[in-house]
Ligand binder design. Structure first.
Ligand SMILES: *Cc1c(COP(=O)(O)O)cnc(C)c1O
Length: 468
């Protein structure tokens, strides 16, 4: 299996290099050169498999000779063993024809654990094979930082530095990062905003000498390996509801377009998915694109669903590449014009092709609160703001009620207790394994918004010289 860049200029790579590289050298994103496909009989044979075994079946065609089957199976088994539900990604019936796919049973309570728990192990595996160490740096305002830290903690070949804006994260989210006691985990509270943190990370990557000596790497959502791991729960849900002998639709609260793109990938692999419904908050560029072919950048506004407060969805480029019939230079040209003008122009034919599968729906902040309340009243489920957007988007935009609708519940309600309480009057409790989160000791270093200060800290705190 080879991977090609969406911009057509970077070298083709195998899975292990794609895993470690993240962004392609031409600025594009890696995608499989061909979509592997399973036959109906092959899908049927996967019904009823435990989640980790299903993950191995689904991911194997993507791995090439980078990771062998037994090693991958062991990593998958370990990755999901600690999840707090035996089904890993259980389906809960909401009403006669729609189901909630609970993706919050991992250690940090968001769907990001489903990919990152496996990706952290794959990083370590490949790095050990190569005798290398890496230093992961990232900025976070929310769920990614904690999921990445949990995925990389105690891995021998990795140091991880996560920058968060001092006193500007929610307490649950900060504590999920700062209470992890592991030698290779380094939390930095920056005197600045989330944008300052992101700029510092970018500046570290742009400092070529620093990047090379520290062997910097990232685990952001453009990494193909994350998408690959997310395909598994689409397959898991669809098979449970009768695929491949019956179509299934999905609704997904969407920010960077990574999660829903994994649904697209599952469909390319032959899974009969009828609709992929994208839920947006007030940062609604994707919903505007799908409704009016209007993909123009507005400013980011803060909402009750902060993990979707994104204007430019980085993974959208992967869909664009497909809509452009996999023409790299044409995709590169569109992306460059988009960056320069803030507006993506795509002809009506291609746009209509996107609409055969995707539809989008936007909820305002008020509608998001109303959605949580309405879902609780009509189904008895207390859901987080992101999941509520997915549910109402799905209910509003589905075209056929005899096709089962599966909604991705991307976070546990206790990750967003203030919004849930404002909407429903109920303050959701953390699951038992996190119930002492507020009593755990926090560890982080507070640093000024200064590249020099941060780089000095990364140099001295990382374990790369000798290791522990
Ligand atoms: C990250 C996140 C999203 C957005 O997922 P994308 O893959 O970026 O579209 C939605 N909900 C929650 C809770 C998240 O943490």
């Amino acid at each position: 299996m080879r991977y090609i860049s969406t911009r057509g200029e970077a070298p083709d790579l195998g899975f292990a290099d794609v895993l470690l590289t993240g962004l392609a050298r031409d600025g594009g994103l890696y995608v499989p050169a061909d979509w592997p496909r399973f036959t109906a009989d092959e899908w049927r044979a996967m019904r009823g498999l435990p989640y980790d075994e299903l993950a191995t079946r689904v991911c194997l065609p993507f791995l090439g000779d980078s990771i062998d089957e037994d090693a991958f199976a062991d990593m998958a088994s370990e990755a999901y063993a600690g999840f707090d539900h035996d089904a890993v990604a259980p389906l809960k019936q909401l009403n006669a024809d729609s189901w909630l796919m609970e993706l919050f049973h991992g250690p940090t309570l968001s769907f990001k654990d489903y990919a990152l728990q496996l990706v952290g192990r794959m990083f370590d595996h490949v790095l050990k094979q190569r005798g290398e160490r890496i230093c992961i740096v990232g900025a976070t305002s929310g769920d990614t930082g904690s999921a990445a830290i949990e995925a990389c903690r105690d891995r021998d070949s990795i140091d991880i530095f996560i920058l968060h804006p001092f006193e500007r994260c929610s307490e649950v989210q900060r504590r999920q990062m700062t209470t992890v006691a592991a030698m290779n985990v380094h939390n930095v509270a920056v005197d600045g905003t989330f944008d300052d943190c992101q700029d510092l990370v970018k500046a570290m990557f742009n400092d070529a000498a620093f990047r090379d000596t520290m062997n910097l790497s990232a685990v952001n959502s453009i990494n193909w390996a994350r998408i690959m791991c997310q395909i598994v729960y689409y397959v898991h849900a669809a098979l449970s509801l009768g695929a491949p002998d019956r179509e299934v639709s999905f609704a997904v609260p969407t920010g960077n377009f990574g999660n829903v793109f994994a649904g697209y990938a599952a469909r390319q692999m032959g899974l009969p998915i009828q609709q992929l419904i994208v839920g947006s908050n007030e940062n609604d560029i994707l919903a505007r694109f799908l409704q009016d072919n209007d993909m123009s950048v507005h400013g980011v506004v803060p909402t009750h669903s902060p993990s979707m407060d994104i204007q430019v969805s980085s993974n959208f480029e992967r869909l664009l590449f497909e809509l452009m019939d996999r023409d790299g230079p044409a995709t590169a040209h569109l992306m460059q014009t988009f960056r320069a003008s803030g507006k993506l122009e795509i002809d009506d034919d291609r746009w209509h092709r996107a609409l055969q599968l995707f539809s989008g729906h936007r909820l305002s902040n008020e509608e998001t609160l109303a959605a949580m309340k309405a879902v609780l009243e009509s189904t008895g489920e207390l859901v987080d703001p992101h999941s509520a957007i997915g549910i109402v988007a799905g209910w509003t935009r589905r075209t056929e009620t005899d096709v089962p609708l599966v909604v991705a519940a991307t976070a546990h309600p206790a990750k967003f207790p203030d919004a849930v309480e404002a909407a429903t009057g109920i303050r959701p409790a953390l699951p038992p394994f996190l119930s002492d989160l507020y009593d755990r000791e926090e560890r982080y270093i507070r640093l000024p918004n200064s590249l020099n200060a941060i780089q000095d800290h990364v140099r001295t705190a990382s374990n790369r010289a000798g290791g522990v």
